[in-house]
Design a protein. Structure first.
Ligand code: 8YV
Length: 328
């Protein structure tokens, strides 16, 4: 039987490329060319499967242009690049990569919080610029982390990982807000207290955003929300660009209405709002929260296993819209 045709839309580990080649008639993009949606659709012609990342938009226009497509396996836990409703309507399965990146991403969230609160990037730039001539009592004095109040907006698996790090490792008081409250045993494990969103914003010394991006969470942190935060507070976004209104945040940072921010994700990334590049009290990283070789390998492997599971064995591992699988 002919192998199913699959498109690997981005460069990946050679081991994953090889694994996919064993099972599929594989077209790949190891040169990691940036394709327009039209080029992506052209390369998908005749393919039943696609290995995608957060950079490839799978929407109704693409699905209309690629009627053979049956599955898109995203190498990401977030799937806001998928129009899942349109995929379901077209009978196309979507899969993501939950769990395998949780702890690594929570590590990074905490690292970014620490770097932001303790002004690590800003002070390194100062040193590299040759401006360090002597010690001073308040030089790069930052914010306390241990024993302060950690706020978490979005309390999924990664949010819980950050809560545990804060509560168990740094003796922080943890407050959180989420669409739904966690069961009591999970709250106890994370030593986290559920509060309303306004109370979260008002009480957090360090606020970490870990909620999924959707129409509802677009600009969930805008000027009005930033105004509720303490002027000494820090804000960390490891979730998605678009959850924070970057222009409003840059203004709040410039006017010292909050102390500092750490951002791994941006509205319209890889473009970064020019005003953010002008303020010193922000740590900026290029969407690397899950970037360790071990974790990226696990994510790529799970995405590949979803394609193999579905196209070869009829059973994907982590389906997002299992309703397209029918009764089986
Ligand atoms: C990915 C992420 O690196 O998993 C996610 O949702 O944001 C990152 O871990 C990125 O989306 C590339 O696919």
């Amino acid at each position: 039987m002919a192998k199913p045709a699959v498109l690997l839309a981005r460069a990946v580990f050679p081991e994953i490329l090889q694994l996919l080649q064993e099972h599929f008639d594989l077209r790949h993009n190891q040169a990691d060319e940036a394709w327009t949606p039209q080029q992506l659709a052209a390369r998908l012609q005749g393919c039943t499967g696609a290995f995608t990342t957060g950079s490839e938009r799978i929407d109704a226009a693409l699905l209309d242009a690629c009627p053979q497509l049956k599955v898109c396996a995203n190498m990401a836990v977030g799937f806001n690049n998928f129009d899942l409703k349109a995929m379901t309507a077209h009978g196309v399965l979507g899969t993501n990569t939950p769990d395998v990146l949780t702890e690594t991403t929570a590590d990074f969230g905490f690292a970014l919080l620490m770097a932001t609160a303790r002004r690590i990037s800003e002070s390194e730039h100062f040193l590299r610029a040759g401006r360090w001539d002597r010690w001073r009592y308040d030089m790069f004095a930052g914010a306390e982390v241990h024993g302060t109040t950690l706020g978490i907006l979005g309390m999924g698996r990664i949010g819980q990982g950050i809560a545990r790090r804060g509560a168990h490792g740094f003796g922080m008081k943890v407050v959180y807000h989420n669409r739904s409250r966690l069961p009591p045993e999970l709250e106890a494990d994370c030593r986290a207290t559920y509060v309303g969103k306004d109370e979260l914003l008002r009480t957090a010394d360090h606020l970490v955003l870990v909620l999924p991006y959707s129409a509802e969470s677009h600009h969930a942190m805008g000027a009005a929300e930033l105004a509720l935060m303490k002027p000494t507070a820090t804000l960390v976004n490891i979730a998605r660009g678009g959850i924070v209104d970057d222009a409003a945040l840059a203004a709040a940072l410039r006017d010292k209405r909050i102390a500092a921010a750490g951002l791994d994700v941006f509205e319209g990334e890889p473009k970064v709002h020019p005003d953010l590049l002008q303020v010193p009290n922000v740590v900026l990283t290029p969407h690397i929260a899950s970037a360790t070789i071990t974790t990226r390998m696990a994510m790529a492997r799970l995405a590949a296993d979803n394609l193999i599971g579905f196209l070869v064995h009829g059973k994907p591992l982590t389906p997002l819209n299992p309703e397209v699988l029918g009764g089986s």
